[in-house]
Design a protein around this ligand. Sequence first.
Ligand SMILES: C[S@@+](CC[C@H](N)C(=O)[O-])C[C@H]1O[C@@H](n2cnc3c(N)ncnc32)[C@H](O)[C@@H]1O
Length: 274
Amino acid sequence: MEASCTVLSIRQVESIMLYDTIGKTYSQTRQSDPRIAAKLLEILEPFQASTIVDIGAGTGSYALYLAEHGYQVLAVEPSMVMRRQAIAHPAVHWIDAKAEELLLPSHSADVAIIILALHHFHDYSQALQEIHRVTGGGQVVIFTYDPDLISSFWLTRYFPSFITDVQSTFLPIATLTAEIETIMDTAVNVVPFPLPNDLSDSFAAVGWSRPELYLDHNIRNGISSFAKLNDDEVAPGLSNLRKDLEIGLWDQKYGYLRQQTHHDVGYRFVFTTA
Ligand SMILES: C[S@@+](CC[C@H](N)C(=O)[O-])C[C@H]1O[C@@H](n2cnc3c(N)ncnc32)[C@H](O)[C@@H]1O
């Protein structure tokens, strides 16, 4: 098979191995969120697509949602541990491949989506070139995070390494936009996505108004930024958060967040113009 002949970079191997390790219980805490999925459908509508390639599809929760809404989905995912948790659907076809080498024919999809996976790709440009080839023109919808906003998130007061981790893995939005514009030769839209306070996809900012969630081992297990932290930082960070919640200090500083239904933590939809 072509993929087995490919020389993988250390970062790429690490990224795939990361999900073979931390992905074992991913589907328990990382279900698709209906508000994110609905926004995705709204953005996809003008493309009038029939086949969508979902790159870094994980356990396929968003692929399944799209299939249930009439799309044919090519779900590309390199981690077997993740693919094994997928719920089968006749309109979702799984491919063991990487973003940088999709192993799909040219013009085999109308649009590509990348949901919270771009920061794991070892070569963004190569992935975008592949999308350009496979979609025959380069239509893409990306859900990602603006790394310029990470230091304003209260969670970093307890786990400061999140700042360096996020800033070294997530592409700045302006860089990403310029890269897409150059490779796809099309205009790009950036739309902020304020998170609801009852998010059901438990990614890193899930507890923006529910700090107690981070004390839950299962929630932390599904968040790659926690998996990359040293135990030396996790233990004191958790202990300080637990103590601040007990004595009311967290609520004194950030309790106003508990009153908000939505909050812009920094998540963005970045997509080409239809
Ligand atoms: C945070 S998960 C997101 C999964 C899914 N999109 C979702 O939102 O539930 C990131 C996924 O990207 C995958 N991934 C890592 N490196 C990749 C690469 N080079 N190409 C494609 N997918 C990759 C991981 O295996 C993991 O399943």
